[in-house]
Ligand binder design. Structure first.
Ligand code: UD1
Ligand code: UDP
Length: 383
């Protein structure tokens, strides 16, 4: 790649702030910073997650240039959106980036994209084109990513299917670049630097060698209330039916999740409720477990790389690639359905082996490099 004078460098502002945004933008920021003669990079943290951000920033050695500190306890969507717009506007005015990069589908990512668009600054969307086409599931993420898709000038789609979704929405082919998911770059980075033997805290919760360990996470807004309670009942029932099963559940810091999980499962000695794990330790847990039950988006992408089946505790998924590859199964949140699906994996070795394939439809660990190349090519065309 040719070098340029300082005045021709591309000014890129990358926005992040929740746990998965940090994990998935870190490879992009680090890649851009490896090319300082070409990119001037401003790392802007929304602060949508506060305590949950620290260990992830630290692990990737990311120091935000700006922290907008928008988080408040039990924050509403309105508060996330209005604070992000209020605080990001002046950042954009001062830095005058050539492009604002947002990732995924959080309310702060949408708000940052809207702010950039209002300031007539181009938006680039990492993890573009994921769709369920049901605005209520997941909520508000489906709405956010569709809106970002309308605003973006550049769409970094993780898969061909995501690119097809965008083409179906009449996004110009030349505005789409299929890159793989940057989350897989992060996963490969951890696996390469630490190997698959990443240490997991709370060894007591991991049970004995002969015990089968299930990894559970749940945090989505549409899961709160009855769906979450139904799933928690299913976890207890799975432990009742299978005495050799232990569950490790790193519980999201959302108080609306924590209170219910603690009151329903806190007294159960077979279920270990722990704080969110730093990323490398969570990868260790994924690698150590028998299979995963989750409503998370990112975990649906990571587990297939480690050959771990995923039971998706949601009504739909924007990541059908894993279902089609046979590594994930859409189970929903009814107690009986969750217990039934888990029982199949626990009873039937053939069924388990069919799902436990180490193959990843979401990327090959080179997404950030492709994004860097595409950003620069786009900039060169314009200047
Ligand atoms: C947010 C995103 C969701 C993403 C998820 C990743 C929105 C609306 N939601 O959901 O798309 O999948 O992050 O984890 O953008 N809290 C803390 N400390 C923290 C983080 C959260 O105390 O470090 C508590 C706060 O009370 C906060 C609440 O959790 O108000 C919910 O956080 P919020 O970011 O609004 O929603 P998430 O469910 O984390
Ligand atoms: N994760 C983690 N520690 C945990 C739970 C999850 O590091 O205790 C990672 C996980 O590996 C994935 C990301 O957080 O990369 C997923 O975040 P989350 O489920 O909160 O958000 P989603 O992907 O659903 O938007």
């Amino acid at each position: 790649m040719r070098e340029v004078g300082v005045e021709r460098r591309m000014r890129v502002c990358v926005v992040f702030g929740t746990r998965p945004e940090i994990i998935k933008t870190a490879p992009v920021i680090l890649e851009l910073r490896r090319r300082p003669t070409v990119f001037e990079t401003l790392a802007v943290c929304t602060g949508q997650h506060r305590e949950m951000a620290g260990p992830y920033l630290e692990m990737f050695g990311l120091e935000p240039d700006v922290n907008m500190e928008i988080m408040q306890a039990r924050q509403s969507l309105d508060s996330i959106v209005s604070k992000t717009i209020d605080r990001f506007g002046p950042v954009v005015e001062e830095f005058r980036p050539d492009v604002v990069v947002v990732q995924g589908d959080t309310s702060s990512a949408f708000s940052a994209a809207l702010t950039a668009a209002q300031h007539k600054i181009a938006v680039a969307h990492v993890e573009a084109g994921l769709r369920t086409y049901s605005l209520a599931n997941p909520f508000p993420e489906e709405m956010n990513r569709q809106l970002i898709g309308r605003l973006a000038a550049l769409h970094f789609a993780p898969t061909n299917r995501a690119a097809e979704n965008l083409l179906g929405e009449r996004v110009a082919r030349e505005a789409i670049c299929v890159t793989g998911n940057t989350g897989i770059d992060a996963l490969f980075e951890v696996l390469q630097s630490k190997g698959k033997k990443v240490e997991v805290v709370d060894p007591a919760g991991l049970g004995q060698e002969h015990q089968r360990l299930l990894c559970v996470t749940m945090h989505r807004r549409e899961s709160l209330g009855e769906p979450l309670r139904n799933a928690l009942a299913a976890f207890r029932e799975i432990c009742d039916r299978y005495p050799d099963v232990r569950i490790v559940f790193p519980v999201h810091l959302n108080p609306e999740v924590r209170q219910v999980v603690q009151s329903e499962l806190g007294a159960d000695p077979r279920i270990s409720l722990i704080d969110p794990l730093p990323y490398d330790q969570f990868v260790g847990l994924l690698n150590r477990c028998h299979f995963v039950l989750t409503d998370s988006g990112g975990i649906q992408e990571e587990a297939p790389s480690l050959g771990k089946p995923v039971l998706v505790l949601r009504e739909n998924t924007e990541r059908p690639e894993a279902i089609e590859a046979g590594t994930a199964r859409l189970v929903g949140t009814e107690t009986a359905k969750i217990v039934g699906a888990a029982s199949i994996l626990l009873d039937n070795e053939d069924e388990y082996n069919l799902m436990a394939k180490a193959q990843n439809p979401f990327g090959d660990g080179t997404a950030a490099r492709r994004i860097g190349d595409a950003l620069w090519a786009w900039h060169c065309k314009r200047t």
